[in-house]
Design a protein around this ligand. Structure first.
Ligand code: GTP
Length: 306
């Protein structure tokens, strides 16, 4: 935000030898809080309400000279700024130099506007209000977001929407759909041994391998923690088992070192379930049972719950 974005171009420039009475009349008429005194339109002074108040206080003690000229009360050498100065710098200047009015000049020092402290503070208040509004929007957007930022796959909310759609579609077309839960083996030990940050990196790596292995029509979601859920539309149980077995083998081939696993590298276990008219929550529960059995049977394998 620059000075030119907030400055007022309605600024009263007066000659230093203009009659003060006329200048003040002009100021009142135009409802300006200051006059910038110019010589060939170059600011040479400034008369503010404060100067007039000072004059008024003198008027109580002595009679006013009716022919007094503007130069008689102006503050000489006003602090001028260029229109390309940032608002923050202009505000800082007005605060440190204790001036509330900054004439704005061009490269030739010609008066082109005026920026006041009130202008600037009001604009900042507007910016802060706008910022607060944008932050609220961002929070809402994050909430509405459908992607898990760590794994770069769909989040649980996206998963539920997708599963409901896939279930309805399978029922309508009387075609089987399948789900699988895939879980990294000994992941707690991985975190403990390599650190949580490496754990995060490996989660993304595993998600990438899963995405690259399944069919384009299959969809991958983070179910929670280190568990991944795969939705396979138009897929029966045996085809789903083959697909998830390929995922397991892809992980084996990637041979990501895991010193604390008895396999020596990172492995996954999986459970698979399929059905035509089954509610998706029932299929996910069956896949979870299969996963539990695969873990119990020694890990690095795929199971189907009976
Ligand atoms: N780095 C990292 N770790 C996570 C994240 N989410 C969950 N975890 C960790 O994943 C680990 C899961 O541990 P467990 O449920 O005991 O499973 P496990 O150690 O893989 O054991 P098994 O599944 O039985 O082979 C916990 O230590 C969690 O802290 C995450 O986003 N990042």
């Amino acid at each position: 935000m620059l000075v030119k974005d907030v400055m007022s171009q309605s600024v009263t420039g007066v000659d230093a030898d203009e009659r003060l009475a006329d200048a003040v009349a002009l100021m009142t008429q135009q409802r300006h809080s200051c006059l910038v005194v110019v010589e060939a339109n170059k600011p040479v002074g400034i008369v503010t309400e404060r100067d007039l108040a000072h004059l008024l206080s003198q008027a109580f003690s002595q009679s006013l000279d009716k022919d007094m000229v503007v130069a008689g009360i102006m503050t000489p050498r006003p602090i001028c700024v260029s229109e390309s100065m940032t608002l923050a710098d202009a505000l800082a200047l007005s605060r440190t130099r204790r001036v509330r009015h900054l004439p704005v000049v061009d490269d030739d020092n010609q008066l082109i506007g005026l920026v006041t402290q009130t202008n600037m503070v009001n604009t900042y208040a507007d910016i802060l209000a706008e910022q607060a509004r944008l932050e609220t929007n961002l929070e809402e957007l994050k909430h509405l977001s459908l992607e898990d930022p760590l794994m770069g796959v769909g989040n649980r909310r996206a998963m539920e929407v997708d599963l409901a759609f896939t279930e309805a579609d399978a029922k309508r077309h009387k075609k089987s759909y399948a789900v699988s839960l895939v879980d990294i083996d000994y992941f707690k030990k991985y975190n403990d041994h390599y650190g949580h940050q490496s754990g995060d990196e490996v989660l993304r790596q595993v998600a990438d391998i899963v995405k690259a292995t399944v069919r384009d029509s299959d969809r991958v979601f983070r179910y929670g923690g280190e568990e991944i859920l795969i939705v396979m539309p138009e897929t029966d149980l045996s085809a789903a088992q083959l697909c998830i077995e390929r995922v397991r083998q892809s992980l084996e081939k990637a041979a990501i070192p895991h010193e604390r696993s008895p396999f020596g590298f990172l492995t996954v276990s999986g459970g698979v379930a399929a059905g035509v008219a089954s509610p998706w929550a029932a299929l996910v529960a069956d896949a979870d049972k299969g996963l539990y059995e695969a873990k119990g049977a020694g890990r690095n394998r795929i199971s189907v719950s009976d």
